[in-house]
Design a protein around this ligand. Structure first.
Ligand SMILES: O=C(O)c1cc(=O)[nH]c(=O)n1[C@@H]1O[C@H](COP(=O)(O)O)[C@@H](O)[C@H]1O
Length: 232
């Protein structure tokens, strides 16, 4: 594969051996990997470092959301682990995002990308309005993406449904990383704002985050290959 891998496989396992059995089948040229709250809480930095040692780009998805000083220090620690990408919640505000960005820039691994979560892909209008009244998911994503760009971050996590709208104001340098990706006919699970891989890339998405459609497939490698072929 000559093109950079666009699929980020979400390793959401409660068992490191099961995760490694999957990783053993995967090629760093064909996908990147995401380590989230479950696996990081269970297996920590050593697990992340073992994946980096195998040549994978790692998105450390811990969605930091705290006061600026705390988030900045957490992001610096993540960058110094050698991860490719780390994230915070955009709703933490500009001061928090700028502090995080500056901390990474001053770390020993300043190339680590920093992106911000806008509105979780598991939220629909009703759930969002329980938290923030009288806004649509698209409206809230637009506002938080602008705040993220103004804070100097590398991009956002959003749903692919918002990609076309965001590409009207943000060029390709601004990364759109989208979970909630489901091949046609796949089980949606708890995701609400979903799209197929091909439609997402056509809409201007930079990277597709895919968990269960690959990790829970009977043949995960074949599932990943089918996605990559559909994008070729
Ligand atoms: O930041 C994320 O990665 C994320 C943000 C978001 O809005 N929605 C979302 O599903 N995610 C993550 O993306 C992955 C999606 O997994 P699947 O629904 O199994 O494909 C999970 O690891 C989630 O934690």
């Amino acid at each position: 594969m000559n093109q950079e891998a666009r699929v980020i496989v979400a390793l959401d396992f409660d068992d490191a051996d099961k995760a490694m059995a999957l990783v053993d089948q995967l090629d760093p040229a064909a996908c990147k990997l995401k380590v989230g709250k479950e696996m990081f809480t269970l297996f920590g930095p050593e697990f992340v470092k073992s994946l980096i040692a195998r040549g994978f780009d790692i998105f450390l998805d811990l969605k930091f959301h705290d006061i600026p000083n705390t988030v900045a220090k957490a992001c610096k620690a993540a960058a110094e682990m050698g991860v490719w990408m780390v994230n915070v919640h955009a709703s933490g505000g500009m001061e928090m995002m700028k502090a995080a960005k500056n901390a990474i820039a001053g770390s020993s691994h300043p190339q680590t990308k920093l992106i911000a979560v806008t509105v979780l892909t598991s939220m629909d209008q009703a759930q969002l309005n329980d938290v923030v009244p009288e806004v649509s998911p698209a409206g809230q994503v637009k506002k938080l993406a602008q705040l993220t760009a103004d804070s100097g971050l590398d991009g956002v996590v959003c749903s692919a449904k918002e990609a076309v709208m965001l590409r009207e104001t943000h060029n390709d340098e601004f990364l759109l990383v989208t979970p909630g990706i489901r091949p046609a006919g796949a089980d949606v699970g708890d995701q609400k704002r979903v799209m197929t891989p091909v439609d997402a890339i056509d809409a201007g998405v930079s990277y597709l985050v895919m968990g269960r459609p690959i990790t829970q497939a009977e043949n995960p490698l074949a599932a990943l290959q089918a996605v990559n072929q559909s994008l070729a």
